[in-house]
Design a protein around this ligand. Structure first.
Ligand code: 3PY
Ligand code: MG
Length: 255
């Protein structure tokens, strides 16, 4: 399979990705087979080791679905390495300034856009591409997103979006609400946070940049798709497991 998310987004399709916080690589295959358009592994707050992330990327390809990663703080090098291993999308947390966004592009885009170091390995095989085809298509096909999740990032959103080579933004509604409320609230629908989301959607669309957001479940995903986001990361796998277990037990026990 060649990279596909870009093409689907270019056709105006909404992407619903399963958000994986567990460390079990085959969970990525399960989320893909459940019907998600892609699987995103969380390496900032999730449990997977680097080797588990590598295997989860391969497992999601078994389900015919592209894999993405949300790397840890300062995880620029990890993101580039996971691209090499076949990730098609990377999300960098806490991108708060133009300098952060420039570093993101410099690490994740090949010259002349950035300075990504050459070393595509597993990714070439997963996509069935030769080195030259991967190298010359990667900048346009592989997606690099900056997380907007602080007051500082909200204040700098236009300048961040203007950084050449950045593909788009990913809203972290938890940290955004905590930051905007100065530590008072964790609320994905905090009015001030939703106002920032609306401004961000308008600013991104005016610049033809992608918009993505974390969604704590199906309802949040439907709401954010209606608001105008392109990519909804829905999760997590732990929450799906817990909800499924609770529903089964409720039915079994009758209460
Ligand atoms: C946030 O909501 O802050 C995130 O980082 C999404 O997981
Ligand atoms: Mg966050």
């Amino acid at each position: 399979t060649s990279p596909t998310l870009r093409n689907r987004l270019a056709r105006g399709e909404k992407i619903f990705a399963g958000w994986m916080a567990s460390a079990y690589p085959r969970m990525a295959e399960a989320l893909g087979r459940a019907g998600f358009d892609a699987v995103i592994l969380d390496l900032q707050h999730g449990e997977a080791s680097f080797a588990e992330a590598r295997d989860a990327i391969t497992a999601s390809h078994l389900a015919g679905k592209p894999a993405g990663v949300r790397v840890g703080l300062e995880g620029f090098g990890d993101a580039a390495r996971l691209y090499d291993l076949g990730a098609e999308l990377a999300i960098l947390p806490m991108i708060n300034s133009v300098e952060d966004a420039r570093k993101l592009v410099d690490t994740l885009k090949y010259p002349p856009v950035g300075g990504r170091s050459w070393g595509g390995t597993r990714g070439l095989a997963l996509y069935g591409l030769d080195a030259e085809s991967y190298r010359t298509s990667a900048n346009d096909q592989i997606i690099a997103l900056a997380m907007i999740e602080t007051q500082q990032a909200a204040d700098a959103m236009e300048e961040i979006l203007d950084v050449p080579g950045l593909d788009g933004v990913f809203v972290g509604p938890s940290d955004l609400s905590i930051s905007l409320s100065r530590g008072e609230k964790l609320d994905h629908q905090l009015p001030e946070a939703v106002a920032v989301m609306r401004r961000l959607l308008a600013a991104a669309k005016a610049r033809n940049k992608l918009t993505a957001i974390f969604c704590s479940g199906g309802e949040a995903a439907a709401r954010n798709a209606a608001l105008g986001f392109d990519i909804m990361a829905v999760g997590s796998d732990w929450a799906f497991l817990t909800a499924g277990a609770q529903a089964a037990l409720k039915t079994a026990r009758g209460h």
